[in-house]
Design a protein around this ligand. Structure first.
Ligand code: AMP
Ligand code: GLY
Length: 414
């Protein structure tokens, strides 16, 4: 597969990291991104194509002679962009719309988990406010209220305030109310070719906007890998009890899952439970994970896209640690400010997300999560220091970041 041409769909930090890692694979000849951002333009060629338009993405892939299309975000997956590209005869890394419902509908995810015997929080789908109130009182506080559809990580609230729980539910079309899961969260990714799976090392994300896990949920404010505190055997356990049964159930239904299955887990006092599934690489976990991955990315993505994972060896990882700190725009996650000039991105490993070039070609903010500063090192403490040193050199008005990403894990290991 010398000279594999890859088209990456999306415009976030995850897509920048994917394009960067693909560019380092000697078997990849060219990396294209649709539409990409100013960061992806440094590691490949951007194309101004609507990522939600399956026909346009398929036409671009054909015009480029792409041998592989990698779809990054959930919205194009749920909209069926993978189906359109697959129908054009081009290998795609990313599930069909039918399989992506695992992320697109929390109620569907619960149905699959029940059918596959996958451990998760007990939950009720509510279609009226009477049902909502009954479910809240059935489970009791802390209340967990989830908008059933896609909400970019912001459709969930966890609160002790019953009135706030009811208000959140009132703003949702369909609501899932569920049992509160205690215990630390782990993000475990696995490649799937529809039948066989290949797990990553685990990572941890920081979902709340503020230090000490305070404030509203966001798309993710930082992440690190590996997790020195994770119990030995966690990955094998999750593959056996969560990942493989889920992939088997979707195949059995005639909607095989081809792409990246993201299990968001809580390690509770009663065992490992699924908090959520995503049908794609997590953001920002992808940035530190791909920084540590040693397996050439193009080859393994193509193997997953073409039913060839059974022949692939386990993924190889660098021995050290990696930490990503998200630099967010003032006002995120509610109303992020835009158009502020950004300086200092030239030093260190920096992945772009909500950035753009203005009319004069200056780099400016253009979204809630603007950049991710990634540091690596032999230990988590060193990786953390490197990430924060890079973050300290970057400036844009109103910008902020959490100061405690990976702090506890780094401290425990000292
Ligand atoms: P989700 O979009 O389902 O991942 O939810 C976003 C975040 O809300 C999760 O990462 C958790 O931090 C929190 N969360 C979701 N479900 C639960 C639950 N059942 N118990 C405790 N926290 C939860
Ligand atoms: N990091 C959480 C997500 O990608 O949804």
């Amino acid at each position: 597969m010398t000279g594999l041409v890859v088209l990456v769909v999306g415009n976030g930090g995850r897509e920048h990291a994917l394009a960067w890692a693909l560019g380092r694979d000697p078997e990849v000849g060219a990396v294209h991104i649709a539409p990409g951002n100013p960061g992806t333009a440094q590691v490949g060629t951007n194309h101004p194509v609507d990522p939600l338009d399956g026909q346009a993405v398929a036409a671009l892939a054909r015009a480029l002679g792409a041998g592989l299309v990698v779809i990054g975000p959930e919205a194009p997956l749920v909209a069926g962009v993978a189906d359109a590209v697959r129908a054009a005869g081009i290998p795609v890394f990313g599930p069909s719309a039918a399989a992506a419902r695992l992320e697109g509908s929390k109620a569907f995810a619960k149905e699959i988990m029940e059918a596959a015997g996958v451990p998760t929080a007990a939950a009720r789908l509510c279609l009226s406010m009477d049902e909502v109130v009954a479910a809240l009182d059935f489970f009791g506080p802390p209340y967990v209220v989830k908008d059933d559809g896609l909400a970019a990580g912001k459709g969930v609230i966890v609160t002790d305030d019953r009135d706030a729980a009811i208000r959140h539910a009132a703003g949702c079309r369909q609501v899932v109310i569920e049992e509160f899961l205690d215990g630390p969260e782990v993000s475990l990714f696995a490649f799937s070719d529809g039948t066989h799976v290949l797990p990553f090392e685990p990572a941890q994300d920081f979902k709340r906007v503020g230090d000490g896990d305070t404030g509203p949920n966001t798309g993710g404010m930082g992440a690190y890998t590996p997790l020195p505190w994770a119990p030995p055997g966690l990955v094998d356990e999750v593959v056996t009890t969560v990942i493989q049964p889920t992939v088997d159930e979707l195949r059995r239904r005639g909607t095989p899952f081809v792409g990246l299955l993201y299990a968001g887990l809580a390690l509770t006092s009663r065992g490992t439970r699924v908090v959520e599934f995503n049908a794609r690489f997590g953001d920002p976990e992808t940035q530190p994970l791909l920084t540590r991955l040693r397996t050439p990315l193009g080859r393994v993505l193509l193997a997953a896209a073409t039913g060839g994972l059974a022949d692939e060896p386990p993924l190889e990882w660098g021995s050290g640690a990696a930490v990503a700190v998200v630099l967010a725009a003032g006002g995120y996650p509610d109303t992020p400010r835009k158009g502020d000039a950004i300086t200092g991105t030239e030093t260190g490993t920096v992945f772009h997300a909500g950035t753009a070039l203005d009319a004069e070609g200056r780099l400016v903010t253009a979204g809630g999560r603007v950049l991710a500063a990634v540091g690596t090192g032999d230990t988590l403490a060193e990786a953390r220091e490197a990430a924060y040193a890079t973050a300290a050199g970057i400036h844009f008005d109103g910008g902020f970041h959490r100061t405690d990403i990976a702090a506890k894990a780094a401290e425990e290991l000292r």
